[in-house]
Design a protein around this ligand. Structure first.
Ligand code: KIV
Ligand code: ZN
Length: 385
């Protein structure tokens, strides 16, 4: 089974979510949990962005032991120097240098032609190479870059000795077919492509970040980049927990796996949500409150007979205790009776029928009927009897 390396950028791209600002203590707390989760590489921040971020990256670099710690840098010597400073004390440091390659970015943002982009990136990698043995180079907005220029840029990065080349869909523009095809094209057209790892980095503007990342894996990507809970710029980045669980649940299809400790997923998600203040929507895949909850009577009956009828993965795998059967207006007698048994009540048929009718009346008025509501219904019925 092919190993897919996990590059977590919760502390950098994730922190770029509007309204999120993590202090050093919070970054270190998340970094320790990411280490427990077993990620391979961690982007701790963008040291040139502010003295505070440089200090936070340095604190993370010193705090974690078993993970490669990465600092982001534009293709500029001052940025590279800032990463050098920030990663002092790291066990396994790596610099992440980037430059935009798409026509839109070349023309409007960089005001450079292709030759200038190529030369600027080459000089930056050479300069970084004086300090770092591990370099990741990213072609920002690769998703909207001409195929021949992508090949030229990746050839250059391989020649200059980058260890990882990242192909970001910076604005979440591509479909899975198109994104996967870029990896296929690079594998077929770049000289010595086996000397580098190719990395997928997707944004979720059209809700396709996870699908695009999986398409990249199917077409030979060695590394995936993402964040916990999918937080990040605009609509966010690929959610790492979604990739990990897709590979775990559909191993036979993807023939690839991460080495994450999957049972740490729920805890990591809760910590990131609490410290960033980014609430996880209830219906979020894998880590939403409803991801393992069942409300309708038909589903609950199936679950009580055999869990695989309605669950393709177990809550225990991600570190949760159990699935939830939520009692609401769609619920049936089977789940109702089981919940009463859990609460210590085994009613005869007639009492159960009366209690169930009253429960349905209540369920029409409330979104969820809690255990306290049920106890009130039962106590009332028992007093009537
Ligand atoms: O989305 C992007 O292009 C980035 C780069 C800095 C890698 O985050
Ligand atoms: Zn990004």
């Amino acid at each position: 089974m092919r190993k897919i390396y996990v590059f977590d950028t919760t502390l950098r791209d994730g922190e770029q979510s509007p309204g999120v600002n993590l202090n050093t203590r919070e970054k270190v707390e998340i970094a320790h949990q990411l280490e427990r989760l077993g990620i391979d590489r961690m982007e701790a921040g963008f040291p040139a962005a502010s003295p505070g971020d440089l200090a936070a990256v340095n604190a993370v670099a010193k705090a974690v032991k078993n993970v490669t710690v990465i600092g982001l840098s534009r293709s500029r010597e001052q940025d590279i120097d800032a990463v050098k400073e920030a990663l002092k004390g790291a066990q396994d440091p790596c610099i992440h240098v980037f430059l935009a390659t798409s026509p839109i970015h070349r023309q409007h943002k960089l005001r450079m032609d292709k030759g200038q982009v190529l030369d600027t990136a080459r000089s930056a990698i050479r300069y970084a190479k004086k300090t770092f043995s591990k370099i990741e180079f990213s072609l920002e907005d690769a998703g909207r870059t001409e195929y021949d220029f992508l090949v030229e840029m990746v050839n250059m990065a391989v020649e200059e000795g980058a260890s990882v080349v990242n192909i970001p869909d910076t604005v979440g523009y591509l479909s899975p077919y198109e994104y996967g095809n870029i990896f296929k094209h690079l594998k077929e057209n770049v000289h010595n492509i086996d000397k580098v790892q190719l990395s997928a980095h997707c944004h979720n503007d059209l809700g396709m970040a996870t699908a695009n990342t999986l398409a990249a894996i199917l077409n030979g990507a060695d590394q995936i980049e993402g964040t916990i809970n999918g937080i990040g710029e605009r609509a966010g980045n690929t959610a790492i927990e979604e990739i990990a669980m897709a590979l775990e649940t559909r191993q036979e299809f993807f023939q690839a796996k991460t080495t994450l400790q999957l049972s740490e997923i729920a805890r990591t998600s809760r910590l990131v949500s609490r410290l960033t203040g980014m609430v996880v929507p209830g219906n979020k895949a894998i880590v939403g409150a409803n991801a393992f909850a069942h409300e309708s009577g038909i589903h609950q009956d199936g679950m009580l007979k055999e869990k695989t009828t309605y669950e393709i993965m177990t809550p225990e795998t991600i570190g949760l205790k159990e699935s939830k059967l939520v009692l609401g207006k769609h619920s049936g007698r089977h789940a109702f009776r089981e919940r009463l048994i859990d609460l210590g009540y085994e009613l005869d048929e007639e009492a159960l029928n009366r209690a169930f009718a009253q429960f349905k009346d209540l369920a029409d008025k409330k979104k969820e009927v809690t255990d306290e509501d049920l106890l009130a219904v039962i106590e009332e019925k028992l007093q009537d009897a």
